[in-house]
Design a protein around this ligand. Sequence first.
Ligand SMILES: [Zn+2]
Length: 144
Amino acid sequence: MFITPHMFVGVAIGVKVSNPWIVFFLGLFSHYLLDFLPHWDYLTEIKIDKKEHFLKIFLDFIIGTIIVLFLIWDLPNKIIILIAISSTLLPDCLEFIYNNFKVKKLKFLSNFHHKIHYWKYLSFSQGIPAILIVSIAAILIILS
Ligand SMILES: [Zn+2]
């Protein structure tokens, strides 16, 4: 799934839970749960072998960061929220390192990550509803 919905779910976790360890593990679990949902992805692999791939990942991250900053600006628990966002993005960061630098020790995580993506290669129209539902639900939780 995109970076931005993972970030929204991270913020929702960080807003509702205060224990940093629980936040970390919920964030990690949420990543795999979201990846399991039938969704559309703009890349099939987190690999920067083309300028266009870098641009897509960069834009996704920047758009997510700007919206998240707007959402959490007045909230007091920014450290917990940062832990949550970091853990929601950790599997994709490790996947990025594995795909681009071939760190063999991360192969089992990459295999697991790919197996979790049960609903791969959906079209945009088939895969966008899950992304929108997750994003809207997370934003509603953040704002509640
Ligand atoms: Zn992922």
